[in-house]
Design a binder for this molecule. Structure first.
Ligand SMILES: [Zn+2]
Length: 319
C-alpha cells in the first residue's frame, strides 16, 4: 500500500481538495462550499468531511499518512496555527489547524499560507520545476507571494515573510490596506489594474464602464488607448517590483499565477522585458519570468506536497 496525502485548499467561498502520493498526481479530488463566513467549528467540519471522502475514495490504493492545508492569512508553519487575519474568513484568525484537524482525523497535519503552498506546487511540479531559487507571485484580488531558497520555502523569522504584494513601488502612491502606501498590490492586483484604467479614462475625459474587469481591459487593448496604456503601466509596475526581487534573490525563475496572469503570455513577456531592463544585468542574465502552469490545482497539489515533504522530513528525523 502506498503512502497517501490529502491536500486542502481553503478559500473564503470554496474548499478544494484532493488526494495523491508524494508525486502529487491526483487520485481523487473534490470541492465544497467552505462556509468561510461561519464559525471555525463549521469550517473544520467541512474539512473533516473532505478528508473522509478522500480516504474512502482511495481505501484500496493506500494509507493516508498526513494532511496538508493551504489557508489564507499568516500561518505559523511550526505550530500549524493561524497567527494573522484572513479577511475572507472572519472567524478563522487563531484557528489551530494542526490541533483541531489532527484530533478530528487522527492524522498529522501540516499547514501553511495559501500562496506558499501554491509556490511549492509551481516550483516542484509546475512552471518553476527543478528551480532551487524561485519567486512566485499570484495576481488576483490581492497579491500573494512565495520565495524558494535552496529548494526550500522561505517563511521568515515568525512566518510573516514572503508578503511580496506589500513591497512598495511608489513612496507617494496609493494607500494600501496593510497601512503602507504604494504597495505593488495596489497596482498589479485586479482591483489595482481596474483603478489605473479608471484614472486614465477620467484623465482622457471618457467615462469608464461601471462593471469593467481585467479581462475586458486586456480584451480591448488593441482598439482602446487607455486599456493599452493600463497594460503597459501594469507591466512596468510589476517590472519595478520584480527587478527588486531579482537583485535581492537572484532567482532562476519568477512564476506568475492568478487570474491576472491568465491574460496570457504576451503580458508575461512584457513583464519579463521590464524586469530585465530594470534589474542589475548580472542578477537578471539567466532569469526567466513565466506563467504558472498548475492553474486551479496549484493550491490542492501544493498542500499535498506540503504534507508529503513534512511527513518525509519527520520520518527522517525519527530514523
Ligand atoms: Zn500593502
Amino acid at each position: 500500500l502506498k503512502d497517501l496525502f490529502v491536500g486542502l485548499d481553503l478559500g473564503g467561498t470554496w474548499l478544494k481538495y484532493g488526494v495523491a502520493g508524494a508525486d502529487g498526481k491526483l487520485l481523487a479530488r473534490g470541492k465544497k462550499p467552505s462556509h468561510g463566513q461561519e464559525s471555525r467549528e463549521v469550517i473544520f467540519g467541512v474539512m473533516e468531511e473532505a478528508v473522509a471522502e478522500m480516504k474512502a475514495a482511495t481505501a484500496d490504493v493506500g494509507q493516508l499518512r498526513a494532511i496538508g492545508v493551504g489557508s489564507p492569512g499568516i500561518v505559523d508553519y511550526e505550530q500549524g496555527k493561524l497567527v494573522g487575519g484572513a479577511p475572507n474568513l472572519p472567524h478563522w484568525e487563531g484557528a489551530d489547524i494542526r490541533g483541531e484537524l489532527g484530533r478530528r482525523t487522527g492524522l498529522k497535519v501540516y499547514a501553511d499560507n495559501d500562496a506558499n503552498v501554491m509556490a511549492l506546487a509551481e516550483t516542484r511540479l509546475g512552471a518553476g520545476r527543478g528551480a532551487r531559487n524561485a519567486i512566485f507571485l499570484t495576481l488576483g484580488t490581492g497579491i500573494g507571494g512565495g520565495i524558494l531558497i535552496d529548494g526550500e520555502l522561505y517563511r521568515g523569522s515568525w512566518f510573516a515573510g514572503a508578503e511580496l504584494g506589500h513591497v512598495p513601488i511608489k513612496f507617494d502612491g496609493r494607500k494600501c490596506n496593510c497601512g503602507n502606501v504604494g504597495c505593488i498590490e495596489q497596482y498589479a492586483s485586479a482591483p489595482g489594474i481596474i483603478q489605473t484604467y479608471r484614472e486614465l479614462c477620467e484623465a482622457a475625459g471618457r467615462t469608464c464602464p461601471d462593471e469593467v474587469t481585467t479581462e475586458h481591459i486586456f480584451g480591448v487593448a488593441d482598439e482602446d488607448k487607455e486599456a493599452a496604456e493600463t497594460i503597459r503601466l501594469t507591466a512596468y509596475y510589476l517590472g519595478v517590483a520584480l527587478s527588486g526581487f531579482t537583485n535581492v534573490f537572484n532567482p532562476e525563475v519568477i512564476v506568475i499565477g492568478g487570474g491576472v496572469a491568465e491574460a496570457g503570455d504576451a503580458f508575461i513577456r512584457k513583464v519579463e522585458d521590464e524586469t530585465k531592463k530594470l534589474a542589475m544585468r548580472e542578477s537578471a542574465s539567466r532569469l526567466r519570468v513565466v506563467r504558472a502552469q498548475m492553474g486551479n490545482e496549484a493550491g490542492t497539489v501544493g498542500a499535498i506536497l506540503l504534507a508529503a515533504e513534512g511527513y518525509a522530513k519527520e520520518k527522517e528525523g525519527r530514523a
